[in-house]
Ligand binder design. Structure first.
Ligand code: HEM
Length: 533
């Protein structure tokens, strides 16, 4: 790869350094074991001026669905192809681990499911996945509703004050910040029965959670892992803060685990099902894990599991809700259609598990938001052994041989906006998921067929044969997919049941930045007006 820096503002020395490093890598890698794979030729400034996945998209259009990219001290294979994605995520999943992502997240999540090595992952996934059973989800709908109502109540109070003090009928709010608090409250209650109460207050634990998320984001966007240098954790102020934040959360989780173990009621699945789940005081996942499996797991592993779910389930959902209002505010007819569905299914009432399933259009909105703003936009893998990537639909028919240790960026963003699989890929069109799409021109891809996954709650990777990966795919697919989907559906439905939402500024003024998820630079500022009922 030859990286050319084009930015005149960039300090010359940094530019030269980066270019030299890239050129060195170019020479080392070109013509090597990655064989005939196309090579992206990008500008180093692309990596600093805008989120990386935008550049990855431009290179995808230029070089095809599998290409090699080198920058800084690293080289990656970038994949934007459903057939190759299917191979990496499902068909040969155990030939890969989380690579760079595990390096970044391990200090935070330890041996939690996301960064875990394969042996730990196999053991813990078997224990955790059954925790998301139907009765649990049903109990969660109540938590989603209670927490969303708390948020709505806060908005109503703010509106009352605004009307009283200034005679205004609208309030202006950063909905991204509000959704972040809401998602934190929900994940705390759902996973370990802890009420952060962050919609209405601040606390040291809340601050520590945000501090930790902030550091995780910093690490995922900073190219040199200086935090691994032994003294950095003591000398660098942000690393010292990070350690303090982690301790605050860990102490909180340790206390909750201790309490859950002290009140443990040994049970089995049958007894669990006989319980009146909806009326349980504590229906959390922690309760399930301790009651069902508590004896055979150490506290450290349990803490890693909880921390992983806290982080995996918080920002992702908050981001979905944020981009949902961004898109709906620009599409008033779709907002009206959504509100009509809410009025007919819920009226002025509260959602229940059965009613949530009937909110089909809201669900399609959520999945369409995940198509346009996938969270995270890239899935990361590293090959544990050498492998042969299938040719893919536009690639070399013989496929590409990759050596052990190859880092792969699977660009979900590119797949979801690929002009080869979607009509008008950049348009917000929730209805698109209702239409079957065959594409016999694309060898090896089965097309888009909703009947392929009967009874599925949402259009998923099976229906689209890996062209649509809202929650990943294969054995390491998201365990919280249904939780997240129902949570987003409930929160969005309750907001639109009560309010009309407009953007405060122009859509162009909303700047997108990215770490693990896509979010805004300065908040999603919106105007909220009470709906006339
Ligand atoms: C994994 C997306 C919500 C827990 C994943 C993956 C994706 C994803 C794409 C696969 C990552 C990979 O293959 O590298 C999302 C989105 C969410 C969401 C878009 C919200 C809209 C949640 C929630 C929880 C959760 C609410 C927990 C309550 C996890 C865990 C994994 C995971 C534990 C790792 C699974 C494994 O490796 O076995 N998520 N997620 N996620 N997610 Fe989610």
């Amino acid at each position: 790869i030859r990286c050319q820096s084009t930015s005149t503002d960039e300090p010359k020395t940094r530019r030269n350094l980066l270019d030299n490093a890239s050129n060195l890598l170019t020479n080392l890698l070109s013509g090597g074991s990655l064989g005939s794979m196309p090579i992206a030729e990008g500008a180093v400034s692309d990596l600093f001026d805008r989120p990386l996945f935008f550049s990855l998209y431009d290179w995808f259009i230029e070089h095809g669905s599998v290409y090699k990219l080198a920058f800084g001290p690293k080289a990656f294979v970038v994949v934007s192809d459903p057939i190759v994605a299917r191979h990496v995520l499902r068909e040969n999943a155990f030939c890969y681990d989380k690579g760079v992502l595990a390096d970044i997240l391990e200090p935070i999540m330890g041996k939690g499911l996301i960064p875990a090595d394969l042996d730990t992952w196999k053991q813990r996934r078997r224990v955790i996945a059954p925790g998301f059973h139907a009765l649990y989800l049903e109990a969660m709908v109540k938590i989603f509703t209670d927490c969303s109502e708390r948020t709505i109540l806060k908005f109503e109070k703010l509106l009352q004050e605004e009307t009283l003090n200034r005679g205004r009928k609208t309030i202006e709010l950063d909905l991204e910040a509000e959704f972040s608090s809401l998602a934190l409250d929900i994940i705390g209650l759902g996973v370990f029965n802890y009420d952060f109460g962050s919609v209405t207050k601040e606390s040291p634990v809340i601050k520590a959670v945000y501090g930790t998320l902030f550091e995780a984001e910093h690490r995922s966007t900073f190219y040199i892992p200086y935090w691994k240098v032994p003294l950095a954790r003591w000398i660098v102020p942000r690393q010292r803060k990070f350690r303090t934040d982690l301790k605050v959360i860990n102490d909180c989780l340790d206390g909750l685990i201790r309490n859950a173990k002290e009140t443990r009621q040994e049970t089995d699945v049958e007894k669990l099902q006989q319980r009146d789940y909806l009326n349980l005081k504590d229906a959390s996942l922690l309760r399930f894990l301790v009651d069902m499996r508590g004896a055979d797991v150490d506290d450290r592993q349990l803490r890693d599991d909880l921390m992983t779910m806290l982080i995996a389930g918080h920002e992702t959902t908050a981001a979905v809700l944020t981009w949902a209002v961004f898109l709906l505010a620009q599409n008033p007819s779709k907002m009206k259609k959504a509100q009509a569905e809410i009025d007919s299914v819920l009226g002025q009432g509260r959602p229940t598990f059965e009613l949530v399933k009937k909110l089909e259009y809201i669900r399609l909105i959520v999945v369409e938001v995940l198509r346009l703003y996938p969270q995270p936009p890239l899935l990361i893998r590293r090959s544990l052994r050498s492998d042969v990537l299938p040719g893919g639909y536009r690639g070399d028919k013989d496929g590409y041989k990759i050596p052990a240790g190859t880092d792969i960026f699977l660009s979900v963003y590119n797949l979801h906006r690929s002009p080869y699989f979607w009509d008008q890929p950049n348009e917000f069109e929730p209805e698109r998921f209702l239409v079957q799409k065959k594409n016999e021109d694309i060898e090896g891809w089965a097309g888009f067929d909703p009947s392929r996954s009967p009874g599925a709650l949402y259009p998923n990777e099976i229906i689209s044969d890996f062209a649509f990966l809202p929650f990943g795919g294969g054995p390491r697919k998201c365990v919280g997919d249904q939780f997240a989907l129902m949570e987003s559906t409930v929160a969005l439905a309750l907001l639109l049941q009560k309010f009309d939402v407009e953007l405060k500024g122009s859509p162009e003024s909303v700047e997108l930045v990215t770490g693990a998820t896509m979010h805004t630079k300065n908040g999603m500022w919106c105007k909220l007006k009470k709906r006339l009922t």
